[in-house]
Design a protein around this ligand. Structure first.
Ligand SMILES: Cc1cc2nc3c(=O)[nH]c(=O)nc-3n(C[C@H](O)[C@H](O)[C@H](O)COP(=O)(O)OP(=O)(O)OC[C@H]3O[C@@H](n4cnc5c(N)ncnc54)[C@H](O)[C@@H]3O)c2cc1C
Length: 450
């Protein structure tokens, strides 16, 4: 069956997933990717090597039959391992319930698995080094440059899943006053640099394998996620300017001193620290909000519609969840694309905005609050509530409840946090305090506010 012709710009995480799902319905797909085939060329370039994959992303992978396979390619991370400047490291579980954890996955590995799956479909044409330049939203046609050839082709639907710097979105921006296209980009004054802890000689992990490590330093921080080969990818988040700014790290002595003062228990595991520091780029982070996401039969998907900062570990999960939402609407509206695309942007925008705001909040929580004693008391109470009673923290609602939309998770989670923080301030011993009265107080607070 041929249901129609669809073009997808960007064979990253969600473009490839969407192509596979649409091919299953019988569409003829042209999937255009600007870069070379990453299964044949190393193009990681030292940026964002691994990602936290959680329930929303796993559910989406399940939709195209990849959930089982991916579990062999991930490392469970059961909690946050906090590395203070002095004293003992402490592990805080992500949930009080067994089986609720997040997973470290290789970005390149996951993209390759998705590409392999897409390539199995006869009705997907994959084009690499194919640079989408322009979309004509009136005729639903797309201009793409493949090698020396420029091609313009009409489709029934065009998806722009070409990431945060989307060319499809730029086409809409270029006509923003005519289309009344809203666009907002907010940069963080903090940038990031990736570093790498190599494996032990036997291919083991030099620090705890099943944790997301955090070095919160008020004003800046570092995190580490494990890789399957025994190494860790560290990401240092530091302001571009200021007392702990990247602009101060101008000599080898200053870099070494800064790293040893702040992250000594990681630095000891990086023999070529200075080389890595100089070679790996410092990159920017930002949030992109825009609307509408669809004009006629052209639509934005994933980061091109809603790029967020990485502090909730949800950007990819959200992008993959877009595909699940679209899939539900394809079934609901029986392939009527005008209805599907209108409903998609209507239901999804509020959730994309919610996770964008939550991700910004979490930056401050990871950087500062994880070093705050009241925050840590609150966290202990929450974990006990989850372990013993029917309760989901904000983190759990966002991360482990793929059945709850982000905007609802945000509202409930923020209310819970407010009341629990006040309770935690008064609690002497969070490990023994009675839980039932606390849950009653939380539920009473939520009533009439949700
Ligand atoms: C430092 C960092 C850490 C992160 N950590 C996490 C995390 O732990 N968990 C999480 O869920 N998310 C995380 N994210 C977010 C995640 O990387 C993105 O949300 C996700 O990659 C979005 O997927 P996408 O398919 O929309 O876009 P992308 O993965 O960016 O894919 C876009 C694709 O389009 C291609 N392309 C671009 N322009 C063109 C063009 N003109 N023509 C053709 N092709 C084009 C690109 O080459 C690319 O392959 C992180 C992001 C960063 C920066």
């Amino acid at each position: 069956m041929n249901r129609g012709k669809i073009a997808i710009a960007g064979a990253g995480l969600c473009g490839t997933m969407m192509a596979t799902r649409l091919a299953e319905y019988g569409y003829q797909i042209d999937l255009y990717e600007r870069r070379p085939d990453l299964r044949k060329t190393d193009i990681s370039a030292g940026r964002s090597i691994n990602l936290a994959l959680s329930d929303r992303g796993l559910k989406a992978l399940g939709m195209i039959g990849l959930r089982e396979r991916i579990t062999t390619e991930i490392i469970p991370m059961h909690g946050r391992m906090i590395h203070p400047t002095g004293g003992e490291n402490t592990m805080y579980a992500y949930s009080g319930r067994a089986g609720e954890y997040i997973n470290s996955v290789s970005r390149g590995g996951l993209n390759m698995t998705l590409l392999d799956e897409a390539e199995k479909k006869e009705n997907i044409n994959l084009f690499f080094e194919a640079n989408v330049r322009f979309v004509d939203i009136t005729n639903t046609s797309l201009k793409v440059i493949i090698g020396d050839t420029e091609i313009t082709k009409e489709y029934d639907v065009i998806f722009g899943s070409d990431g945060a710097g989307s060319a499809v979105r730029r086409t809409l921006q270029a006509q923003s006053s005519k289309l009344r296209f809203d666009f907002q980009q907010k940069w963080l004054s903090t940038g990031y640099k990736e570093l790498h802890i190599p494996p032990t000689e036997n291919g083991g992990w030099k620090i705890e394998k099943h944790a997301l490590h955090i070095w919160p330093r008020k004003g800046h921080m570092m995190i580490a996620l494990p890789n399957l080969d025994g190494s860790f990818t560290l990401t240092m988040f530091t302001p571009f300017e200021g007392p702990v700014g990247m602009d101060r790290l101008v000599s080898d002595d200053l870099i070494t001193q800064f790293m040893e003062e702040n992250f000594s228990d990681a630095t000891i595991h990086i023999p070529d620290l200075l080389e890595q520091f100089h070679n790996n780029p410092t990159a920017s982070l930002g949030t992109i909000k825009c609307y509408p996401w669809k004009y006629n039969r052209t639509v934005l998907l994933g980061d091109s519609a809603h790029a967020i900062v990485p502090f909730y570990g949800q950007g990819m999960n959200c992008a993959l969840e877009d595909c699940v939402v679209l899939d539900t609407l394809i079934q609901k509206y029986d392939h009527d694309w005008d209805k599907i695309l209108s409903a998609y942007q209507e239901v999804r925008k509020v959730d994309a905005d919610a996770i964008a705001d939550l991700a910004e909040d979490n930056f401050y929580e990871m950087r500062d609050a994880t070093a705050d004693p009241v925050f840590n008391k609150k966290r202990i109470i929450e974990l006990r509530l989850e372990e013993n009673l029917e309760y989901y923290s904000k983190y759990s609602l966002v991360t482990f409840r793929a059945d709850i939309p982000y905007h609802r998770a945000m509202k409930q989670g923020r209310l819970q946090n407010k009341i629990l923080y006040d309770i935690a301030k008064k609690v002497e011993n969070p490990t023994t305090v009675a839980l039932e009265p606390i849950l009653e107080e939380v539920n009473a607070f939520l009533t009439n506010r949700m």
